[in-house]
Design a protein around this ligand. Structure first.
Ligand code: KIV
Ligand code: ZN
Length: 404
């Protein structure tokens, strides 16, 4: 191969590169990787709205799109860049000069722009452009250098890093750092890795690659085995200080790491995971609902943090426990994710204590014998219906009064 010149060491140009220590940067890619989900296309106005919500909630970097992909993507990224307030605005570009130029044209309007360029480095991915290891190494050097000549803030990703040969991965990461990348993202593109590996991979890269201490390492996990959040947190334990994620875990196939899971896991278990984010968790529920609506991807009922049932209780034992002390069955306060209250769902598993509490909420305080009678009729109804709504309870109370 031809010698790849070593670029001069450049000073870290962006405060984000100071993300060492306890602070984890949140990089949201709902508008890029999330939108790549088949059927999740969002309109221009919807993208601007989601970007504004992400900026408002304290996301550090917003990957706003893939500017070369279409005129629409280019326009959305440019407009998001123009309107950005605190977040860094990033665009994606393949490893060629045309993509990178187009990306820069879109993100350059931001107060803090970033170019994110990538190439698939695993044997399977190298076979697609038919590049051997040396040719690909040269391409990486050339494209990262070009991006860095345009923008002080450059992220580079070896796509399918977790299936790339270890020695080659170290080599290309070193080339990207020397060419001026300020963030090295290590994608688990097909959701193949496991938490112990994920932590070890980042830890060893930081340990052995020259210059690693001058850049931020990022983790980008897909959820094919349901391990995206676990793998991302493990990567943070290994030294990653940027987590790439999407709202509701939206993304190709089984999706990406869910932003809300990372933010809340770090908040709730700060005792064993002492890293913080800048995200205001109280804004989670609002953006989750909005992304579900605009993407057309409803949130599964039992989805962690944002599912309809995440703060709902039906069984008698759980409801009774919740009425006595919410911590019995909840590890987070609903207010912390933007909900007003826990919901006690009335159904066939509900007990007398919950029924009494629900009726009180509806304005009825029944004597013990009245409650006993109503409880029998409530159970009979609950056996026929999945959920007993407030109107059903009001009708049951009314029936009782008519009999008296
Ligand atoms: O999953 C992936 O590898 C990606 C890259 C473009 C970073 O989304
Ligand atoms: Zn991805």
């Amino acid at each position: 191969m031809t010698d790849i010149p070593t670029a001069e060491a450049r000073p870290a140009a962006d405060p984000e590169t100071a993300a060492k220590g306890d602070r984890v940067l949140i990089f949201d890619t709902t508008l890029r990787d999330g939108e790549q989900s088949p059927g999740a296309t969002m309109s221009h106005a919807e993208k601007l709205e989601i970007a504004e919500m992400l900026d408002d909630m304290g996301v550090d970097i917003i990957e706003a799109g893939f500017p070369i992909a279409s005129e629409g993507d280019f326009n959305a990224v440019s407009e998001i860049a123009r309107r950005s307030r605190s977040a860094t605005i990033c665009g994606l570009a393949r490893a060629n000069l045309k993509d990178i130029d187009r990306c820069w044209e879109a993100v350059k309007h931001a107060r803090s722009p970033r170019i994110h360029t990538f190439i698939g480095t695993s044997p399977l991915h190298r076979a697609i452009p038919n590049l051997d290891q040396d040719q690909m190494a040269e391409r990486i050097h050339e494209t990262v250098t070009h991006a860095r000549n345009l923008c002080d803030n450059v992220q580079w990703s070896p796509m399918d890093a977790t299936r790339t040969e270890w020695d080659y991965l170290c080599r290309v990461v070193e080339i990207a750092i020397k060419a001026g990348a300020t963030t090295i993202n290590v994608p688990d593109t097909v959701g193949y890795t496991a938490p112990v590996e994920s932590a070890e991979l980042i830890r060893r890269l930081i340990e052995v690659v020259p210059g690693a201490e001058d850049v931020v390492f990022a983790t980008h996990c897909h959820n094919d085995l349901g391990l995206a959040t676990a793998n991302s947190l493990a990567a943070v334990a290994g030294g990653a200080r940027q987590v790439e994620c999407t709202i509701n875990g939206l993304g190709e196939r089984a999706g990406n790491t869910a932003l809300e899971e990372i933010v809340m896991a770090l908040k709730v278990r700060s005792d064993i995971m002492p890293w913080t984010t800048g995200v205001d968790s109280r804004k989670i529920m609002g953006i989750s609902r909005r992304v579900a609506t605009v993407s057309g991807f409803p949130v599964q009922f039992n989805k962690a943090i944002v599912g309809k049932n995440a703060f709902a209780h039906e069984s008698g034992i759980h409801q009774d426990g919740m009425l006595k002390n919410a911590e019995t069955f909840e590890i987070m306060r609903p207010e912390d994710v933007g909900l007003t209250a826990t919901s006690l769902v009335m159904g066939k598993h509900s007990g007398r204590a919950a029924l009494r509490a629900k009726l009180k909420e509806l304005g009825f305080e029944l004597a013990d014998n009245q409650l006993a009678d109503l409880f029998v009729r409530f159970k009979a109804l609950a056996d026929r219906k999945k959920e007993v709504y407030d109107e059903d309870l009001l009708a049951l109370v009314q029936q009782g009064e008519d009999v008296e």
